[in-house]
Write a protein that binds this ligand. Structure first.
Ligand SMILES: Cc1cc2nc3c(=O)[nH]c(=O)nc-3n(C[C@H](O)[C@H](O)[C@H](O)COP(=O)(O)OP(=O)(O)OC[C@H]3O[C@@H](n4cnc5c(N)ncnc54)[C@H](O)[C@@H]3O)c2cc1C
Length: 237
């Protein structure tokens, strides 16, 4: 079987993996960036990008490129509660550092501003910069398994286009493979709590909103509902 070598193998080319490749590349550390998907994110997903992340993107030399494709913080001034996407507005609150009473705190906290940068826009910028810094980027490449020895880690990877497998030997491996991480699973690291559902429903009888949070916590399902300030937890197990 073919074996390729690198200093760092990064499993996952989402925001965590692609930014790891950029920062390693800036330090001259050779790396391979793998994603089992065929491309960068096809749906917006994470989009509110906070000041600390913008500072990291500034360090990466990408702040201007990000701002050029992002919507500024002033476009995400409020969070609304509506009866439908075009329906009556029930409530609104200032959001994302736009409350005039808090704006000074945010401005003092960082030289960077928050913005709305969808993952569909952020990931291509990070991956392109990683490639420019000599990261070897492989899409359609799935980590199947890995083993550690005294010299580092050997990963078994499958090219999903051809079905052929190959090995990557690296000194280090970064598991940036998302919430359902196969790396975490193979290492046997338990998740203490996994958020399954977070949402809101309108109760027309009580004329109030229920905040719904369903968690898988140590194999037990719990359901928390709040009506006004009254938070109740119901065990579903
Ligand atoms: C529908 C949806 C809506 C969301 N909305 C928001 C939002 O509004 N705001 C917000 O902050 N966050 C949101 N998120 C969450 C946000 O997308 C994640 O927090 C973020 O993507 C995590 O980044 P990551 O780099 O850790 O992992 P991911 O972006 O999940 O990337 C994982 C990477 O690992 C790769 N991978 C996985 N397994 C393997 C394997 N075996 N071999 C090789 N590669 C592998 C994948 O191909 C991918 O490249 C949303 C997520 C979803 C799914």
């Amino acid at each position: 079987m073919t074996t390729v070598e690198t200093e760092v193998l990064i499993v996952g080319a989402g925001p965590a993996g692609a930014s790891s490749a950029v920062f390693l590349g800036k330090h001259g550390v050779s790396n391979i960036l793998l994603s089992r998907r065929r491309s960068t994110a096809e749906t917006p997903r994470a989009h509110i990008t906070n000041q600390r992340t913008m500072e990291a993107l500034r360090d990466a030399g990408l702040e201007r490129d990000c701002i050029a494709v992002a919507s500024p913080s002033s476009c995400i001034e409020h969070t609304f509660w509506l009866r439908s996407m075009i329906g009556e507005e029930v409530a609104r609150t200032y959001a994302w550092g736009n409350d005039p009473l808090r704006r000074g705190d945010y401005e003092a906290a960082s030289p960077c501003s928050m913005c709305d940068l969808p993952q569909t826009q952020m990931e291509p910028l990070l991956v392109a910069e990683a490639a420019r810094l000599c990261s070897q980027v492989r899409f359609n490449a799935e980590l199947l398994s890995f083993k550690q020895d005294n010299n580092g880690v050997v990963a078994l990877v499958q090219d999903r286009m051809t079905g052929q497998s190959f090995e990557i030997r690296a000194k280090y491996m970064i598991g940036a493979d998302g919430a359902r991480s196969p790396v975490v699973e193979q290492l046997g690291i338990p998740f203490k709590s996994r958020l399954v559902v977070l949402g809101a429903s309108f109760d027309p009888i009580a004329n109030s909103y229920n905040i719904i949070r369903i968690e898988l916590l140590a194999q037990r399902h719990s359901f928390a509902t709040s009506v006004g300030s009254d938070m109740r937890t119901v065990d579903l197990a």
